[in-house]
Design a protein around this ligand. Sequence first.
Ligand code: 4AD
Ligand code: MG
Length: 442
Amino acid sequence: EKVTYPTIATLSEHEGETIILRGWLYNLRESGKLLFPIFRDGTGTIQGIVPKAAVAPEVFDRIKGLTLESSVIVTGKVRADSRAPSGFELDVQDLEIVQQVSAETPFPISLKEHGVDFLMEHRHLWVRTPRQSAILRVRATIMRAAAEYFDTNGFTRTDPPILTPNACEGTSELFEMDYFDDGKAYLTQSGQLYIEATALALGKVYSFGPTFRAEKSKTRRHLTEFWMIEPEVAYIELDGLMELAENFISHIVARVLEGHRADLKVIGRDVTKLETIKAPFPKISYDEAAAMLAEAFKEGKIENEFVYGNDFGSPDETYISSQFDRPVMVHRYPAAFKAFYMQPDPLDPTKALCVDVLAPEGYGEIIGGSQRIDSYDLLKSRIEEHHLPLDAFQWYLDLRRYGSVPHAGFGMGIERAVAWICGLDHVRETIPFARTLNRIYP
Ligand code: 4AD
Ligand code: MG
């Protein structure tokens, strides 16, 4: 008989075949002369059946009492079973132990509920559990689909430096370090400034890499290290940017739905909430959003009165986004609390030509972007007003000295997108090893 080594995810193609699985013991139920081990191999789980009478006595003894997460190589026959979650079960014939977990130090993540601190402390092991594995698979697809969208739409990936002398998103959240004799360097907060340079070289570019912010507050949306994908395009303005963002997000959600129905089920995601995510998205100005909040406050639908001119707090974003069944694009915020590089709206220069994309179901901002100032004089005065060091920004000003053009771009935080698409309470589960204010271990 032909023996193959398929993964659990592909077992439907191997019904009736004898196969060898290389994986781990995820769970074990025992009832007298019957053992029900559940195996996992990184692509899914499958329940095995081991009747005492059907296997060699030493095989039965090896499996009986076997400790969870012991690594095992299992031979068995794939049998369709409509009651099994995956549709298949494995009639176990043989099992070889690769490494047996000691009964003295059992696998710390049991199937009962654990507190979040305990789970985060054991993140290196927690990632083995089916829900966490499913989230990481969806994350990988989100990252691949995001890059694919730009790769197949004429963008060139250009990687900005991680170590930089420039503060892109304000100076209060910088990770700073000594940089030889030149003085200080920072971990990048965003690749934007550098891809503005490559956009003027190549037209349509994007960057995709880790970014860092010394976020001193504990929230469910903030990490100190996160991944951002950022497109930057020469000769587009705010309207073109919003169109790019809605098509980009729609593509990502479609890819996740296409490939991850089973994972979303394990995660517990209501997929009907994702099926509506198709461009075009609603677009409202900051002023319109502020009016919605004022109205909601008057009607007693929100607790705190929104003060016009302020940035939205997370309850404000939650209310605004709850009014729509797809992401809402809020544009033209007051320039006063936005980044130094944003182009003012010619119709009302107190507003910036910027857009935040707020995800539905209370997830809030997943994308921030804007049209960039293209005038040398205006940019220089903004750098000064923001007390940024002119020396470190000379190269950035050069982009307005040599063939400056209108240009725009945005950044999407991968973890925010994963939290929303998977329907998670907190970004700490969206990345293999989260970095937050109070955690750098493991
Ligand atoms: O809105 P932000 O600060 O925009 C920028 O950095 C621009 N320079 C991007 C650009 O125009 N090229 O950040 C962009 C996105 C946010 O919308 C959010 O998704 C994510 O980055 N983000 C964070 N994600 C996790 N933890 C944090 N501390 C984050 N800060 C921002
Ligand atoms: Mg922002």
